[in-house]
Design a protein around this ligand. Structure first.
Ligand code: SAM
Length: 352
């Protein structure tokens, strides 16, 4: 029996990977070069944080609609050939994918720095793999240091596991960034507790302003702003003890440290002080749709043409070229703060 058209295409790709001659494919009309690809591996998660996943849940796509391990690899390779040098795996929860080890091993053969955002619940199953694949930094999401509150936020009783894994990661030499989505009346009383957590341990805590996505019942007044966080800091620590530390290029966070503390903290202020000027990020959803911005209201299908054996670079170039200057075109605070203006997926289906 002859080979199927798909396997012929795949063989062809393996033999002759396409490398474009145009090094500006990932540059948008504002001159921003996109070197950081975030790939969502799944829409599923083993936690139920309502700011991320709508309370009624999401309709999961059939597995055949999602990129398989080889497709993740081949599509990522196309981006790497065009200048992507950092890939973040996210989701949903990336570690619920059974073929996560296969995906990671394949991606680790590419000349790009690999990293991941995880809720940490099952990360201990993969410590050796993460080391083997050269991962050095892991973003772990943890919105509270209180066991009971963790259950209220995530609807799951996994605090001890996450807490334990977070420390194990540190012991194993990973740099651990802790993502904390701050919400008024939910966990904003823990700002100082989280900073104190950096006293003896070299964690990097990152406070994230609560952002609007489909189905998450976002309200502007539930977002704890950069300025409010700074006010709390200033009223707790002596002024000279709060050190502003340099931000890395393209950093999303404004970074700080308390004098003498082992760790650091940062504030990601997408809502009140967006950092779109230096954005170098593009996103691929689990079903292979390219989003040129977290808030983009349109998507470009890469998976269908890829499966049809078509060239996807022109689609990528067009999508990057259409990127708005700021937050998917919702640049004015009045537009951004109006949930009705947002025509986007829920965060769990984008990949944070
Ligand atoms: N399951 C993984 C995890 O929990 O880290 C990865 C996916 S999650 C969507 C990625 C990040 O997005 C998490 O740090 C999460 O806290 C953040 N996130 C989700 N919804 C958000 C929202 N509405 N506003 C701000 N950050 C949000």
């Amino acid at each position: 029996m002859g080979a199927s058209p798909i396997s012929i295409i795949q063989q062809h790709r393996r033999v002759k990977p396409y490398v474009s001659q145009n090094k500006e494919i990932l540059k948008d009309s504002f001159g921003r070069k996109h070197s950081y690809l975030r790939i969502s591996l799944t829409e599923r998660c083993n936690l139920r944080c309502s700011y991320c996943m709508p309370l009624e849940g999401v309709t999961l796509l059939p597995k055949s609609h999602l990129m398989n391990a080889e497709e993740v690899f081949q599509i990522a390779k196309i981006f790497v050939n065009e200048g992507v040098d950092k890939i973040r795996l996210t989701g949903g929860e990336p570690l619920v994918r059974k073929d996560f080890p296969e995906i990671l091993r394949k991606l680790s053969s590419l000349p790009a720095k690999l990293t991941m955002t995880t809720n940490g619940v099952t990360v201990d199953r993969h410590f050796d793999l993460l080391k083997e694949c050269g991962m050095q930094t892991i973003n772990l999401s943890l919105d509270t240091l209180q066991k009971e509150r963790f259950k209220e936020i995530t609807f799951r009783d996994q605090f001890d596991k996450v807490h334990e894994n977070m420390f194990k990661l540190l012991e194993l030499g990973f740099k651990v960034k802790i993502n904390v989505v701050l919400m008024k009346g939910v966990n904003d009383d823990e700002i100082i507790d989280f900073i104190e957590f950096t006293k003896n341990y070299p964690f990097v805590v990152r406070f994230i302003e609560f952002m609007p996505f489909e189905g998450n019942k976002w309200k502007r007044d539930q977002t704890v702003s950069l300025n409010e966080i700074l006010e709390r800091l200033n009223s707790f620590y002596p002024k000279n003890d709060i050190l502003r530390i340099p931000d890395a290029p393209n950093d999303t966070a404004k970074n700080y440290k308390i004098k003498g503390y082992s760790g650091e903290f940062g504030i990601i202020s997408t809502v009140t002080n967006p950092f779109c000027d230096s954005c170098n990020r593009i996103r691929l959803t689990a079903n292979g749709q390219l989003k040129n911005c977290l808030f983009s209201q349109s998507e470009s299908d890469l998976l269908t043409p890829f499966r049809n054996g078509e060239e996807i670079l022109p689609i990528i170039q067009k999508a990057v070229g259409k990127k708005f200057a700021m937050r998917g075109g919702l640049s004015k605070p009045d537009d951004f703060n109006n949930p009705e203006m947002h025509h986007n997926r829920s965060m769990i289906r984008i990949g944070g």
